[in-house]
Design a protein around this ligand. Structure first.
Ligand SMILES: Cc1cc2nc3c(=O)[nH]c(=O)nc-3n(C[C@H](O)[C@H](O)[C@H](O)COP(=O)(O)OP(=O)(O)OC[C@H]3O[C@@H](n4cnc5c(N)ncnc54)[C@H](O)[C@@H]3O)c2cc1C
Ligand code: SF4
Ligand code: SF4
Length: 940
């Protein structure tokens, strides 16, 4: 452990990396054509090619289909390459590298439906897999973003998706588990299909719709509400192909209409996830165990830990998971690696060096405009070449070009090269939202020796092609307007300096549940002082009410061990009964005042981790609180664990799912309650197999391996009855035929098409998980945003899932969204990993785009102080009276103060009045009095 030697064989590329310019002349002339694996074999490729449009590095390689490699003939590529980059003398290279730890992230293999005749894949041309369909949807796909069907290359207008292909089945060749991701990717594909062809008819044949992730429920509802879109709950058979039009005929049945046959232009098989192909080899090589399904067996309470010392696992090799979960686990594996190799931190890293900055102040603006296709995202709607030509006509624009993906490495280099070659001193990229990619483009300017604030971004994706996707001309006109406005502003941009701040190396973790304790321990293990705040008197959070997991793991024993480690750690300081009275400061330098059993303390820390968990809904329906036989799932778990006598005698128990959520008030799925109910139902059945246990559900969201437990519950005789929210179960106190007091639960049975009534001894409610009661307050204290449902909102769902937009503040556990313990641990290590990245720096840089006060113009009215949410402004005595002064480190540059200053004394650098007005004027000349029109609209 801590010292591995890894032997690698690097295959020859037959192309000299440093010489290849990626011009693709060789690809054009290569005579070999064969099905392109990257595009699922739908289109052809050449023996010499670039792997895909955004490959890094973006240079060619020659594969084994090359005629010269097979028959020693051809070598056309060598002759056409202007750069002399082809080198057939290259040989496989053996490499040995020494590393301290290994992170395995081999992901998964997509299920191959060709293994089963019944799916018709490979036999019926218009049956495709969801992966084929992904490629068809993509701008770099086989038909450059056009969805064409194989039989006649026509656009399919009537598409069906069949869910759970290869998943949730015990049949030979299939997987028993749920693949977790296919319900949601199908919804995405439906939305994109409608984007491509607004009139297309989309039908999804599904079992349970497993929209269990953050914001997924709303996404599902939005998809289902699209015009001509149907979600049909039914098993489906592929009957065959209509020989006349090659449509695919499928058979299905619904309770209302019985068995039906219907024809579709195209059928998409929503295939599941298999373990990676070389799982066995990896297991043998690294000495790890595979689980019953062939994925890597992680430690139950630490899914990144393979059990093989120094070998960690992240992503879908842990088991099926989606992108945000993969990103948590990647960051988490990073944190685990950091714990192991902390003693070697900074030994191999090098400071990045930028060329010195050129002073261009006083020069005439020379603007370069780069217009991005964003694959087909922009290019399909906006006329990109036309916008480039338009940009060239704008004042001060000396250069303009289009780019397929401006964010790709080669495009960034192109921008840097053009800055140097054309002497550009301002850059406008017309692409997507500055929210995610602006830092990348600014960096590009730095690489070229320009001040990074000479950059502006015109958002022609979110503001044009996405929201006006049906109006190509108007969308293009708007893109050109936005580009013109951006160019006008760019002329006035000024260079700014950023501020370097020292980083206090301590961390504050708020919340002492599993998430908080895990994150705190991981940070402390890497040599940092950690202050762990818990508002109750005990560590453990909600998990103290959980006895075991669905896999049978002993939660109390785990918690005891975790708590012991926390209390023993010399760098970890626990404050129970803690209440935060004040939180001030900024990244690297926070100051938090805390009242706790230890008295009042002031804690100085460089980062904050919010791990405050969630609450549980207290139902006011189904007689909860009125009849003690009605309880929540956690109360049932407690009663089972404590051997409650009444429950032991019970003959019939009914569980009602989705209580208090998936409704108008709480439009999200609580994620953990289906598994919780299955767990309790199995226990009740095992206790007394004669007992009747019913689960009344809307969709059983037992994703991943929980599907095996759902099946076990079925096999044990637990009865699952589906209900619709419009006809939710009714619960009333009644008497059974034998005169026994019961809780009568009535609801329609859609399969039997009848009304059923169940006489139960107990009713259990799967009560919603709700946001923590302190969320609003904490949000204000730490500048931590809240989402629509009241849970904390990450900076970016995929790219920054464990941090807030506010620098230095991180997020994990149920505070982010309900999740199971192993998922909580994944995310907690992930947050620790990100926090440690910050703590490992001695300095942190903050934005130069902050407010400043023109002292002469300030009349000391304090209006700006009132407006600032970050306490960034204070009054200072001067000879001319009290004047406002901005602390640039605290200022977040939201500009609220600018709007209320009566004299215009306070202004935001990089968004000055002149810059903003220049944009407005560029949109419409001053004589159109746009400002007057805005004022009039506001006053209406
Ligand atoms: C009904 C139900 C059943 C479940 N069953 C299972 C199961 O079988 N298996 C499984 O894996 N998972 C299960 N879970 C999920 C599991 O409980 C969570 O994954 C886990 O508890 C989340 O840990 P956490 O630390 O994020 O949050 P929590 O456990 O909620 O801990 C957060 C802590 O922060 C503290 N806190 C809150 N606000 C503040 C503040 N302002 N200052 C300081 N401290 C604060 C809280 O008091 C609490 O101690 C279940 C959840 C529910 C609701
Ligand atoms: S239920 Fe599971 S296996 Fe089936 S489509 Fe949904 S996520 Fe995939
Ligand atoms: S019971 Fe809970 S996990 Fe299951 S679907 Fe309803 S809200 Fe989601």
């Amino acid at each position: 452990m801590g010292d591995f030697t890894v032997s690698l064989v690097k295959k020859p590329r037959y192309v000299i990396e440093d010489a290849c310019t990626g011009c693709t002349s060789c690809v054009e002339y290569c005579p070999v054509e064969y099905p392109d694996k990257f595009n699922q074999g739908i289109s052809d490729n050449k023996a010499v090619h670039i792997y895909f449009a955004q490959a890094i590095p973006l240079i060619a390689y020659i594969d084994e289909s090359c005629i010269y490699l097979k028959e020693k003939k051809c070598r056309i590529c060598e002759n056409v390459c202007q750069a002399n980059a082809i080198d057939f003398h290259q040989k496989p290279e053996k490499l040995q590298i020494r590393v301290g730890a290994v992170v395995l992230s081999p992901g998964y293999e997509v299920y191959d439906p060709a293994v089963k005749e019944e799916y018709g894949y490979g036999r019926i041309p218009n049956v495709v897999t969801s992966m084929d369909y992904e490629r068809l949807l993509c701008a770099t796909g086989p038909y450059e973003g056009e969805i064409l069907r194989a039989s006649d290359k026509k656009h399919p207008q009537n598409v069906a998706w069949l869910q759970c292909i290869g998943s949730r089945r015990l049949t030979e060749g299939d997987n028993s588990y749920c693949s977790s991701v296919c319900c949601t990717y199908t919804q995405k594909q439906v939305i994109l299909t409608k984007d491509h062809h607004a009139d297309a008819k989309c039908t999804v044949f599904h079992n349970d719709v497993r929209a269990y992730g953050k914001d997924f429920e709303r996404y599902y509802q939005n998809t289902a509400a699209l015009a001509d879109t149907r979600f049909i709950r039914s098993y489906v058979n592929i009957v065959g192909e209509n020989p006349e039009n090659h449509n695919v005929i499928i058979r299905y049945s619904t309770p209302d209409e019985g068995v039906k046959e219907e024809e579709f232009d195209m059928v998409v098989l929503s295939v599941g996830l298999n373990p990676p192909e070389d799982n066995q080899r990896l297991a043998e090589m690294f000495g790890l165990e595979l689980d019953q399904h062939g994925f890597c067996k992680g430690e139950p309470f630490n899914p990144m830990n393979t059990g093989a010392p120094g070998v960690f696992v992240s992503g879908a090799f842990q088991g099926p998971m989606d992108i945000p979960e993969s990103v948590f686990s990647a960051s988490a594996a990073g944190s685990q690696t950091g714990e192991l190799l902390d003693y070697r931190r900074d030994k191999l890293t090098k400071e990045r060096e930028y060329p010195s900055e050129k002073d261009v102040t006083g020069e005439e603006p020379r603007i370069g405009v780069f217009v991005c296709h964003c694959g087909a995202n922009i290019g399909r709607i906006v006329d990109v070449p036309g916008t480039v030509e338009f940009a060239k006509t704008l004042p001060n624009v000396v250069y303009a070009q289009e780019q397929l993906f401006s964010c790709a490495t080669n495009s960034a280099k192109e921008i840097t090269d053009m800055i140097k070659e054309k002497g550009l001193n301002r850059v406008v990229v017309a692409a997507c939202s500055p929210r995610t990619l602006e830092p990348l483009f600014r960096d590009t300017l730095r690489e070229a020796g320009l001040n990074q604030y000479y950059y502006d971004m015109a958002n022609i994706r979110e503001h044009c092609s996405w929201c006006h996707s049906k109006e190509r001309e108007a969308s293009t006109a708007k893109a050109q307007d936005i580009t013109r406005m951006s160019v006008a502003r760019a002329c006035l941009l000024e260079p700014l300096s950023e501020i370097d701040l020292p980083v206090n190396k301590a961390a504050l973790v708020v919340g002492g549940g599993i998430a908080g304790m895990t994150a705190a321990l991981s940070i402390a293990e890497q040599g940092h002082e950690v202050y762990l705040l818990e508002k109750s008197n005990e560590l453990g959070g909600l998990a103290v009410r959980i006895h075991d997991t669905l896999d049978g793991l002993d939660v109390p024993a785990y918690l005891e061990e975790l708590k012991a480690k926390v209390f023993k750690h010399p760098l970890l300081h626990v404050y129970t009964g803690a209440e935060i009275t004040e939180a001030t400061g900024y990244v690297g330098n926070f100051v938090t005042k805390v009242k706790s059993w230890r008295g009042l303390v002031e804690i100085k820390h460089g980062v904050t981790v919010v791990a405050t968990g969630s609450g549980v809904y207290e139902p006011n329906e189904y007689l909860y609180g009125q009849d003690e036989r009605v309880m929540t799932h956690l109360e049932l778990e407690e009663r089972i664990t404590n051997g409650d006598e009444g429950l032991a005698e019970a003959e019939t128990v009914v569980m009602i799912q989705c209580v208090g959520c998936r409704n108008e008030e709480r439009n999200y799925c609580s994620r953990v309650c289906c598994g919780e109910s299955v767990k309790n139902a199995i226990k009740l059945k095992k206790q007394n197999p004669e007992r009747d246990v019913y689960i009344l559900y809307r969709d059983m969201r037992t994703y991943g391996y929980m599907e095996d437990h759902y099946r076990e519950a079925n096999e044990l005789g637990v009865r699952f009855v589906r209900y619709e929210p419009e006809q939710a179960p009714q619960v009333e106190a009644a008497e059974s035929d034998e005169g026994k007091p019961v809780l009568r639960v009535s609801l329609p049975d859609y399969i039997l098409s009848t009304e059923i009534a169940i006489d139960a001894d107990y009713v259990m409610l799967a009560a919603a998980v709700v946001p923590g009661e302190d969320n609003v307050e904490l949000s204000g204290l730490f500048g931590a945003a809240l989402g629509e449902d009241g849970f904390f909102k990450e900076a970016h769902v995929k790219l920054r899932p464990v941090e807030f937009a506010t620098q230095g503040v991180y997020l994990c556990g149920a505070a982010h969204y309900p999740k199971y313990i192993h998922e909580t641990i994944n995310q907690a290590y992930g947050a620790a990993g990100r926090a440690l990245t910050m703590l490992s720096n001695d300095i942190v840089t903050v934005s130069g785009s902050v407010c400043e006060v023109k002292e002469d113009a300030c009349m000391g009215c304090r209006a700006c102080l009132e407006a600032c949410s970050y306490d960034a402004i204070e009054m200072r005595k001067t000879k001319g009276g009290p004047k406002a002064v901005v602390n640039p480190v605290l200022c977040k540059g939201d500009g609220l103060c600018n709007a209320c200053c009566p004299t215009g004394a306070i202004y935001l650098k990089h968004f000055t009045d002149e810059e903003v007005f220049s944009q407005i004027d560029a949109y419409a000349p001053p004589d159109e009095d746009i400002l007057g029109q805005i004022d009039a609209a506001v006053n209406q």
